[in-house]
Design a protein around this ligand. Structure first.
Ligand code: SF4
Length: 324
């Protein structure tokens, strides 16, 4: 069975953008592949952060993932810093990665231009990403289009290390391009993101979700209830596609085009669809928060399992390279 590796930043509670864009897909992959899911806290320390907040956000992410359906009985779920071999392998890979290749990474170019002082972590974190994947010799990586460049670097690192040490130990991981959704924020302007304050949290109460959904941006052509709209330009319509069945989505489009519904009517139908999916997730999260030992034990078991694979990999890598 192919091994899948995927990581997620410890950004606290999931929002519906990262749920629909990644995690819902991870849940489906659990029954088809050997899945390793990692909360990548080593990656989260590149920018400014508060240690207590990092700890809290890491924990909240674990709760969110398990509530959303990541099942520790089916997949391996752990926190990256619980398996320090990630950073050891990253150091080794640093020695086969040309700096020029790292400087060409789009994310590095974007971020370094916006910052006065750039730390080395920002430049080399794609190498850590390569180590995350290759430590488990994962052969399939679920990626969105914006991550393909990092995967290309991981493939390149595997090739270079193998060539340097006349080995075929590391597989070249392949992208698993899946039908994930790019979810726009409630402002309808940019991708849903906590830093932009345009999110709906996965675990928010019904009242809080409605308070955000009610004023959310729709088709600007619908000034009055009697003005017909174009569903394709409306972010609410896109969310209907994620949370409602095809027949409901078609009905929404008709009601929008004919001004049969006002936008509030339309949002109420969306709200029903969202709550059908999100209420059980919220209830599971409440249960996990009431029994924190379930999450603690799951992460410890995940770290023990992934740590065993990681130690095996590092033993081979060190032996091959003449280390110790
Ligand atoms: Fe958007 Fe629905 Fe309003 Fe149409 S009726 S503009 S799809 S919220």
């Amino acid at each position: 069975m192919s091994t899948i590796f995927s990581g997620i930043q410890p950004s606290g509670e999931l929002h519906i953008g990262n749920y629909l864009g990644a995690v819902k897909n991870w849940v489906e992959l659990q029954s088809k592949y050997e899945c390793i899911y990692c909360i990548v806290d080593y990656h989260a320390i590149i920018g400014d952060f508060e240690p207590e907040s990092l700890r809290r956000r890491t924990r909240q992410m674990a709760v969110s993932l398990m509530a959303a359906g990541i099942d520790p009985a089916k997949s391996t779920l752990f926190v990256q810093s619980m398996v320090p071999e990630h950073t050891e392998l990253a150091w080794i890979f640093n020695t086969v990665t040309p700096v020029g290749e790292l400087e060409r990474q789009t994310q590095y170019k974007d971020k370094s231009q916006r910052q006065e002082s750039v730390n080395a972590g920002l430049l080399i974190y794609p190498v850590l990403q390569a180590a995350d994947i290759l430590l488990y010799r994962a052969d399939l990586i679920p990626v969105g289009e914006d991550q393909v460049q990092h995967l290309e670097l991981a493939r390149d690192v595997a090739r270079k290390w193998n060539a340097k040490f006349a080995s075929e130990y590391f597989p070249e991981p392949k992208p698993l391009l899946t039908a994930t959704r790019r979810i726009m924020g409630l402002d309808g302007q940019a991708k849903m993101s906590k830093s932009l304050g345009n999110t709906i949290g996965l675990l928010e109460s019904q009242e809080d979700v409605w308070a955000k959904l009610r004023p959310a941006v729709t088709d600007p052509a619908r000034v009055r209830k009697t003005d017909p709209g174009t569903p394709e330009v409306c972010n609410i319509y896109n969310l209907h596609k994620a949370f409602n069945d095809a027949a409901t989505v078609e009905h929404v489009a008709t009601q929008c085009r004919t001004a049969g519904w006002g936008c509030i009517d339309c949002k109420k139908v969306l709200m029903d669809g969202m709550m059908r999916e999100l209420t059980p997730i919220r209830e599971r999260a409440r249960e996990l928060e009431a029994h924190p030992e379930i999450v603690t034990d799951a992460l410890a078991a995940g770290a023990a399992k992934s740590g065993e694979i990681a130690r095996r990999t590092m033993t081979t890598v060190r032996e091959t390279m003449g280390l110790r």
